[in-house]
Write a protein that binds this ligand. Sequence first.
Ligand code: PHE
Length: 466
Amino acid sequence: MNNERAQWSSKLGFILAAAGSAVGLGNIWKFPGRAFEGGGGTYLLVYLLVVVFLGIPLMLTELTLGRASQSNAVGAFRALGHPRASWAGWTGVLGVFIIACYYCHVGGWVLRYVFAYAFEAPAVYADSPGYFYNMLGLRPDGTTVFPWAAVGFAAVFTALTALVLIRGVSGGIERFNKVGMPALFLLLIVLLVRAVTLPGAEPGLRYLLSFDWEKFSMETVLSALGQAFYSLSIGMAILITYGSYLPKTENIPKNTLLVCAMDTLVALLAGFIIVPAVFATLGADQVGKGGGFAFVSLAGVFEMMPGGRIFGVLFYLLLLFAALTSSVSILESVVAFLTERFGWKRRGVTIWLSVVVFAIGCLYTATQAAYPIKGIWLDAAHGVSHPAFCDFLEYLSDRLLIPLTALGCCLFVGWVWKPENVMREVERSGVRFPLRGVYRVIVKYIAPLAIGAILILSLVAGRTLS
Ligand code: PHE
């Protein structure tokens, strides 16, 4: 194995890769629905505040942990002299492994929909929920079959991800993002213009731009918190890994700001595309229908748009780009961990890991509609419950492992390694650390309290927050 650690070959390479990791299914499919449910403009404001006060400091913290330790997420704590804090790396790698299992499959469904709009748009329009569930193995007559098509496309998506990874950090990840990210922005702008000029889009726009205290609640805050963490890829071992490839000369605060800004911009763009478009075509009550939203509700939008089929293909291509740049980052942090910890070869690790992740993911896809395999869950409000296996995977990552990892990182930096070390590492590149006092208060008190609230709500009250 090559002992020299990989490095980003250019500044742009890193920014695009981190932004590529952040911008994903979360921004384009989850965010708009949440923005609608959370009160439109009210939610947007809360979300922006969360990004500024928690997202930015936490991203900066994780990137700095990576660069200071020059290590993957588990090794980072040991390298900084605190092996006992490594548990936060383990929960991160485990969380990201679980996310990998389902992300590759949802990516496959997106790929399936590129083809659906290209070749069978009338069938999608005729019965969009039916089409979606048919893909997942539930036939119109109520019988179920193994979802071969969805699984087949997931295999292609996983293979694509593996291919980018095998090419390594600068050859694969960087080059891929340099094309993928600008293409994504371009497509979003085209869709934005189309969506806001649709007749009837105006009430949707107004809804997103108005603030209403009545719609503000603790739930809005918690939903925004969960969404911001997921969307910025915080609490998943990813930013530590990506930070470790960052040269010592790089300005971490500036990079952090750029990545957070890009991620938030894409989420806002997606919100301003989807919410007005759905208002215009389907009516307000259709917005934000959770998991099926990107696949089911949007069909009505494309059907009623002139040139809808082309916009459909474009939209799913865009989602595919976004999902691929994220899935690459997700698998990369597990690959980095396995190659460094066990000295295994990158190529072999990537191939085997992809196979395992894909195989577990088959259960994710198969239990959406076709097979009743259950997981197990425990929370104080509902006691022991048996969610569908697919939900079980998401609970494990979103409700447990992501918040635990983020909490571990803040507590470690705030109380063990000390914020001063973060500042010193940041200042190595010759920049001054901005707002020292504010950062110290956030990382020591505000962030742990906010993340603690997420954990308590999900494990005690049994509430879904992301
Ligand atoms: N942040 C990505 C998104 O918004 C998803 C992601 C999850 C990326 C986990 C990396 C790790 O979809």
